[in-house]
Design a protein around this ligand. Structure first.
Ligand SMILES: Cc1cc2nc3c(=O)[nH]c(=O)nc-3n(C[C@H](O)[C@H](O)[C@H](O)COP(=O)(O)OP(=O)(O)OC[C@H]3O[C@@H](n4cnc5c(N)ncnc54)[C@H](O)[C@@H]3O)c2cc1C
Length: 461
């Protein structure tokens, strides 16, 4: 008879926790999972999925405009936010039920409660103050929006969590932040008809992305009427007669109906009892783990956003899966965090993989850049000024493609496919040898023949 009530206790029913629990149970482990809010976690409930539905909704306005050029008479259009939110909520409820059913079918016992660590083997369930003794524990508690250090009027400010539940579409919204969530919501609200101001403290939006991508997207967003203010921060928010008055660091005031902060997400570790269990945090406040997601306590593991390696759903899922394979499946598996393709669902969309030009030039002696910016066929036809950017970064010595950066329609779909080739180590010659699919925008990726820039670094540097 085991001394433990369960072989594995998973805290958090999001992308990483759900996958780990299901796979571990499939290997015959006794698994319990606690979820304090809704099964599915950030991605399903208040992240990727509802966001993408809002992105789809926001793009219709542009499609209606283009349709006329193609001979359609669209007639008068109108948009009803309440309908979109109600339909979105129905879809999320369907997905939550599917996730719950999958877990149960796999033999996982679900506890709908907050769970905290009491010691290195004991999990306390707060709903009924029950203690569960677990042989292994997986922490998959995700992240939470950081709202800064607290400015005057912070109580009037929403995060992305609340943006999904607004009762009406704001006519004017100010979003603070320059990361992908800020940029995506700016484009969503603008597409749906709001007047959008994006305020960011840095020089340019999307820090960490390739500089050409950052500049290109900023220009395209501005063409669509989004006002982008850099090198400023919000200093105070005050309720006034006709909305919220936002004071910026240059003392400019802007009056809007809603203020949203998307200023980064923090690992969700508060009040978890990590100290009682002896689990260490790193200097970023995330749970410190090794390549097998093991924490400083050998039988306690952590996956997903709470470890702040790469805060993306497919990464959390892969980490959860690898954890279960390693511990219960007899297949020790480390997750490779290099060359992860990713998308930003802005308007236009971004798809990237691999190194930025700056990173490549720091790490390689000769870097060749192949770059093109063009008006896609569908837009040219209707006289739109929208441009697409494609950029390949190639190691001049080995010819290997080190990075690919796309800004334009369907960039996310394109980068998923090109990502396979780049992950496999494709060279520029491999891309050249691939026949183009014509007429597409993606064909540019295999037809760029001329080096637009070549950077050679002195070996002695
Ligand atoms: C607005 C937004 C858009 C995003 N868009 C994308 C995208 O397009 N593509 C992409 O790849 N990623 C996207 N992400 C990121 C993605 O959602 C996360 O990387 C992913 O959900 C992380 O999974 P996780 O398992 O680590 O944590 P989560 O999915 O956050 O799950 C953690 C779960 O743990 C629960 N929990 C926390 N503490 C406790 C406790 N003590 N007891 C019980 N339960 C607890 C929480 O309620 C939550 O359900 C987006 C995120 C946001 C916020």
């Amino acid at each position: 008879m085991s001394d433990f009530d369960t072989d594995l206790f998973v805290i958090g029913g999001g992308s990483g926790g759900v996958r780990a629990a299901r796979i571990a149970a499939g290997y015959g482990a006794r698994v319990m999972l606690a979820e304090e809010f809704r099964v599915g976690g950030t991605c399903v409930i208040r992240g990727c999925v509802p966001k993408k539905l809002l992105v789809y909704a926001s793009r219709f306005s542009h499609s209606f405009e283009e349709a006329e050029g193609y001979g359609w008479t669209v007639g008068e259009t109108s948009f009803d936010w309440a309908t979109l939110i109600a339909n979105k909520d129905r879809e999320i409820a369907r997905l939550e039920a599917a996730y719950t059913a999958n877990l149960t079918r796999s033999g996982v016992t679900i506890a709908k409660t907050r769970a905290v660590l009491e010691d290195a083997h004991t999990v306390r369930l707060l709903s009924d103050d029950r203690r569960v003794r677990a042989k292994h524990i997986l922490i998959a508690t995700g992240g939470w929006p950081g709202m800064g250090t607290g400015i005057a009027g912070i109580e009037h400010v929403i995060s992305s969590n609340e943006a999904f539940h607004l009762t009406e579409l704001p006519k004017r919204i100010l979003i603070q932040g320059g990361g992908y969530i800020a940029v995506e919501f700016a484009c969503i609200f603008a597409g749906l008809g709001s007047a959008v101001t994006l305020v960011y403290r840095g020089d340019n939006i999307l820090r960490g992305f390739d500089d050409d991508v950052r500049t290109h997207l900023r220009i395209e967003m501005e063409k669509r009427g989004i006002k982008i203010i850099c090198k400023r921060i919000v200093e105070a928010v005050e309720k006034v007669d006709h909305g919220l008055c936002v004071e910026l660091s240059d003392h400019d005031d802007i009056v809007v109906d809603k203020v949203m902060f998307a200023t980064g997400r923090r690992p969700n570790v508060k009040g978890l009892g990590l100290e009682a269990a002896g689990v260490k945090l790193n200097d970023k406040g995330a749970i410190e783990v090794d390549g097998f997601s093991r924490t400083s306590v050998p039988h306690i593991y952590a996956v997903g956003d709470v470890t702040d390696r790469l805060a993306l759903t497919p990464v959390a899922i892969r980490e959860g899966h690898a954890f279960a394979d390693s511990l219960f499946g007899g297949r020790p598996t480390e997750v490779d965090h290099a060359n992860v393709p990713t998308a930003v669902f802005s308007e236009p969309e971004i798809g990237v993989i691999g190194l930025t030009e700056t990173q490549a030039r720091e790490g390689y002696l000769r870097v060749d850049i192949f770059k093109t910016s063009f008006r896609p066929m569908k837009s040219v036809f209707v006289g739109s000024e929208a441009r697409t950017l494609m950029k390949l970064i190639v190691d001049g010595a080995s010819d290997r493609v080190l990075g690919c950066h796309i800004v334009g329609p369907d960039a996310g779909e394109m980068i998923q496919m090109l990502g396979i080739a780049i992950k496999m180590g494709a060279t520029k010659a491999d891309l050249d040898a691939t026949m183009a699919v014509h007429p597409t925008a993606a064909e540019e990726l295999v037809t760029m023949r001329t080096v637009t820039e070549s950077h050679v670094r002195q070996a002695a540097e």
